[in-house]
Design a protein around this ligand. Structure first.
Ligand SMILES: [Zn+2]
Length: 52
């Protein structure tokens, strides 16, 4: 269920704006991408985030 939701969100973001760089979470590893927000990137899995 969570996977489905994530895939949907990723699709939505991709459609809204072109990806600059796909970043992955340093804590969770390359398999987990950070979600791009206006002023930050965040990981939905562990809560890690980076300011842009
Ligand atoms: Zn993470």
């Amino acid at each position: 269920m969570a996977e489905k939701k994530e895939a949907k969100a990723a699709k939505k973001e991709k459609a809204a704006k072109p990806y600059q760089k796909k970043r992955h979470c340093p804590k969770c590893g390359p398999g987990v991408n950070l979600a791009a927000h206006k002023n930050r990137l965040s990981c939905g899995k562990c809560g890690y985030y980076e300011k842009k």
